[in-house]
Structures are given as C-alpha cells and as structure tokens.
Design a protein around this ligand. Structure first.
Ligand code: KG4
Ligand code: ZN
Length: 342
C-alpha cells in the first residue's frame, strides 16, 4: 500500500512516499535559515515558505519514488500539533489532491509520527526492528517534551509532559543567551564536546523530586540567564563551552531522571526516543549508558533525518492507521488542531 504523506507542522515542508514501513522517497525543504536570526520559528514566514514550496516538494517526492499520484493508494497529512497557519497549508493541499484524484485521506498526529520514526525502514527493509509492545516513548522536540506509554499500534497514553518549555526550546533559548542562532541544539552540543561535556557550573536540575513524570525547563533557563548576567563579558566569552556543556548536562540529567522514574512506575524497560533533540550525541551516550545499567533497551531514530520533522514518519504512522481502516470520514470537517495531544 503506497501512501503520499505531507507534513507542514513547523519549519520544514516535507513530502514522502512510503510503502508500509518502507520509505520510497522523502523530500524536505527546510526553512531553518529563514528563522535563524529571529531565535525561533516565525509563523507568518513559515506559512509563506510552506505555500511557496509545497507543490515542488510533493512533485519531487513523487518523482523520486517514480510514481504518479494516480497510483498512490492514499494521502496522509499532519493535522496537529503545530503552528496553525503552517498546518493549514499541508491540510489544504492534501484535501485538494484527495478530491482531485479521488484518494482516501489519513490524518496523522505529528507526535505519533515522531514515535513511528523509530520503525521507519529504507527500501531494503532496514533496520528490521520488530514491534515488541509495550514501549515507553521519550519525545523531545522543539515544542514538546513528553513520556508516553506506547501500548500497541496507535494506542498511546501520555504519562508526563513539560509544564513550560520543551527540551528543544530550552536548547534554543540557552543558545540564544550565548549568542547563537536558532536552532540552538547543534551549537550547544558542539561547544560542550570541546570540553568533553564537563559539568563545571552545576545548574539546577528542575523537577527532579517532583514525584511525577512531568518536566520543567523554565527554572533552568532563568538561573542560566542570571548566572550569565553576573559574569563579566570576557569571562563569559572564554567559558562559552563550559557554559554550554553545563547547561546541556542539566537538561539531559532531567530527562534521564524521569526516564528512570517512568521505568520504576510502569515496570517497562523498552524505549523509543524521537524528536529533534534525540539526534544529540551526548544525550544518546548518556541514555545508552543508563539503559545498560538499568537493563533497558533503547531505540533512536535509525537515520539522521528521522530525528527531525519529516513526512516519512507521518507516512509510516499512516500505514498503520490505514491497516486499521482509520481514514478521514468527512474531508470537509478535517481541520488543523494546533494543540492536538496523543
Ligand atoms: O523535532 P524537531 O525537528 O521539530 C519540532 O517538531 O519541534 O525539533 C527541533 C528541535 C529544536 O529545538 C533544536 O534546537 C533541537 O530540536 N535540536 C537539537 C539538536 N539538533 C536539533 N537539540 C539538541 N542537540 C542537537 N544536536
Ligand atoms: Zn517534530
């Protein structure tokens, strides 16, 4: 079953053709350079860029897959969560195509895409990764941080989430305070690696003793800001790498603490991790080390692009929806849901 999938939830315009779990083609047009100097994604700029590029991105995905749109079996689209006016571009295009070519439509939650990113395969069916439910999922993106019980295909329960900033957002804001453009994660990771991830300043680990599986990163952000304010400029510039490193360690520590608590609470020890922050090598190392100690098993998205926003993961989640007959019944009522939860 071949699905054309579309994602325009944030700052990437993406289209993919998948066949079950296999990705035949995936095209991403990233707007990241357009938003860089603003410190985050500007919705109006995102919407315009999506509208400009969507047809080109879809046509490229079809062409790369060597398939005509007439021959796809269904069209999948992200309907939330995300930026309302950005989501709208993908949804309107998907509806138009579905109508024009008489295709069924599948509406996908962007976060379920990030979960399924772990099970996306290339055309040679790699990696194999059989499903072995239930899993715990750690979703760490620019706008979301949550721990989810992934019980079975399409069955999710959110066990904990951030009360304020997302982990990716914390990376972005911390990086901005150090003078780096959006997205901040790569800059922080690179600086931290220069000093072998030393935790020199020991910033607070928020919510460690809250007793639940929720996160909070705004307190860390504030203490980072005050710490920088009392430093003199020369000292700050000379210690950018230690600052970045200590900041990153605080974020990772908070994530690890809640992962451990989630395992204790649920008795489960199989994880999937997804979202932009999951590409971070220091995070991967610390999570894998913890997993070894705790006898846990952890999957990360198997190819680099799968950590970030992409339509391939949306298509693969859609394939499981199609299997269960979960098509959009009435296209006219399909609407964006910017705060859609799992
Ligand atoms: O999943 P994603 O591409 O978009 C959303 O759905 O939000 O995640 C983007 C986030 C940004 O906040 C970015 O700073 C973060 O992922 N990120 C990283 C790294 N690369 C991107 N965070 C930490 N380390 C990285 N290397
Ligand atoms: Zn995302």
């Amino acid at each position: 079953m071949k699905i054309l999938a579309i994602d325009t939830s944030c700052d990437e315009t993406s289209a993919a053709v998948v066949d079950g779990r296999r990705v035949i083609s995936n095209v991403i047009y990233s707007q990241v350079l357009m938003h860089g100097k603003w410190g985050g994604v500007v919705p109006s700029i995102a919407k315009r860029a999506h509208a400009d590029k969507i047809d080109f991105v879809i046509n490229s995905a079809l062409k790369k897959a060597a398939i005509n749109i007439e021959d796809v079996d269904a069209i999948a689209v992200t309907y939330g969560p995300g930026l309302a006016i950005a989501l709208e571009v993908g949804i309107a295009t998907a509806k138009e195509l579905a109508q024009k070519y008489s295709k069924r439509l599948i509406a996908v939650n962007h976060m379920e895409g990030h979960i399924y990113s772990n099970f996306v395969q290339n055309t040679a069916c790699n990696p194999k990764r059989e499903f072995n439910f239930p899993y715990l999922a750690l979703l760490i993106s620019g706008a979301h941080t949550e721990i989810v019980l992934f019980e079975d295909h399409l069955k999710y329960t959110v066990l904990g989430e951030t009360r304020d900033d997302a982990a990716g957002e914390a990376f972005d804001k911390g990086a901005r305070m150090l003078g780096f453009n959006y997205p901040g994660g790569p800059a922080i990771e690179r600086l931290a690696a220069e000093v072998h991830n030393e935790d020199r300043y020991k910033f607070p680990r928020p919510m460690l003793r809250s007793g639940d599986l929720d996160f909070s990163f705004s307190g860390l952000k504030t203490s980072f800001l005050y710490f920088l304010k009392q430093m003199d400029e020369k000292d700050k510039v000379e210690n950018l790498n230690y600052l970045a490193s200590s900041f990153q360690e605080a974020i990772i520590d908070s994530l690890i603490a809640k992962m451990k608590l989630a395992m204790k609470r649920t008795g489960l020890n199989r994880w999937v991790v997804g979202g932009g922050v999951s590409v971070n090598n220091r995070l991967r190392h610390v999570v894998r080390t913890m997993a070894k100690q705790e006898n846990a098993e952890v999957y990360f998205p198997p190819y680099k692009y799968l950590n970030f926003d992409n339509a391939a993961m949306i298509g693969v989640a859609a394939a499981y929806k199609a299997e269960k007959g979960e098509y959009v019944k009435d296209m006219s009522v399909l609407d964006r849901i910017p705060r859609l939860s799992l």
